[in-house]
Design a protein around this ligand. Structure first.
Ligand code: A3D
Length: 312
């Protein structure tokens, strides 16, 4: 793998953006990493701090912080984390009005300076924000994708591994649908070392794990009180960026624009996709049970309500 001449911009030098920049250096996914924010000094200071991990990480590229989009010119991938995060008592929807404005402004700047980039959206409520980026950018659907399923699936896999007492990396599991309480952690397809978890855990235990996954973000907000999860969200965004930058063609659950897949059209929703240098290269469609279809339809309705609230 080579990170030669690959440029990654991360917009928003808050908790998630900083984590993403840190993981980008640790994983050496780009030769140029640019961290952007509106607050003068924050991206510069954080980028300087992160750049000083280069000797320990064996990273040879640059890390710069900036408040100017000129420094982001010709990025291959742009991750958007700019916006407000949840505090206790706030739903992801409460963030909507403010974050639509922020995400619109950020998107216009990205389009101007990196017209060929793949955009990975992290700002919440994600399923509506990714739609906002799609509409405002005018980019083809394959170059706009939302991060949520990678995180929700990582949480699901972690909880399953803890219940089974096994290595988390041996657990494979998929979470589809909206990034919210109506998300769909599929138990039928979850497996450990190729063995279905439904054969290893009781129905009650699986139900408990599914519920904890669905409310996994809120559980962290309850502890933190002043913000939401950031370490693993930053890594998940880099996992996606890496697959694009290195054309890895990873199969990852991402918010992708659907045009008839799974019988759904006109919304971004979490589905398994093939992520490569062109962005979303393919949606991996497979037959769902009637129960799963019904659950996914609840997600679609919730996403449509969010999108309507954006006024786009
Ligand atoms: P926070 O630490 O507040 O950082 C947000 C940053 O955005 C701040 O540094 C702001 O200065 C900056 N910002 C605000 N407006 C602009 C602008 N116009 N241009 C550039 N930068 C701007 O929040 P966070 O990092 O914890 O969270 C960022 C977003 O990610 C929030 O909307 C979260 O809800 C969301 N998030 C999503 C997930 C998903 O799984 C989808 C997970 C975690 C966080």
């Amino acid at each position: 793998m080579s990170s030669h001449n690959r440029k990654l911009t991360i917009v928003g030098a808050g908790a998630v953006g900083t984590s993403a920049a840190h993981w980008a250096v640790a994983r050496k996914v780009a030769s140029e990493i640019v961290l952007v924010d509106v607050v003068e000094g924050i991206p510069q200071g954080k980028a300087l701090d992160i750049s000083q991990s280069a000797p320990l990480c064996g990273y040879h590229g640059s890390v710069i912080g900036s408040c100017s989009y000129e420094d982001t010119a010709n990025s291959d991938v742009v991750i958007i984390t700019a916006g407000l995060a949840r505090k206790p008592g706030m739903s992801r929807e409460d963030l909507l009005a403010k974050n639509v404005q922020i995400v619109k402004e950020v998107t216009e700047n990205i389009v101007k300076h990196s017209p060929d980039a793949v955009i990975v959206v992290v700002t919440n409520p994600i399923d509506a924000m990714v739609y906002t980026v799609f509409k405002v950018s005018g980019f083809p659907k394959n170059r706009v994708v939302g991060m949520a399923g990678v995180l929700d699936s990582a949480r699901y896999r972690t909880f399953l591994a803890q219940a089974l007492g096994v290595a988390p990396k041996d657990v494979t599991a998929l979470v589809m649908g909206i990034h919210g309480d109506n998300m769909l952690p599929l138990t039928r397809l979850a497996s450990v070392g190729g063995v279905p978890v439904e054969d290893l855990l009781s129905k009650e235990e699986l139900e408990r794990i599914v519920k904890r996954t669905q409310t996994g973000g809120g559980e962290i907000v309850q502890h933190l009180k002043t913000g939401s999860a950031f370490t693993t969200p930053g890594l998940c965004a880099i996992e996606m960026a890496q697959s694009v930058l290195f054309d890895e063609k990873r199969v990852l659950p991402c918010a992708a624009y659907l045009e008839g897949e799974f019988g759904i059209s006109g919304v971004f929703l979490g589905v398994p996709v093939v992520l490569g240098s062109k962005g979303v290269e393919r949606i991996v469609e497979f037959p769902l049970t009637d129960e799963e279809k019904e659950a996914l339809q609840k997600s679609v309705e919730a996403v449509k309500r969010q999108v309507a609230a954006t006024g786009l």
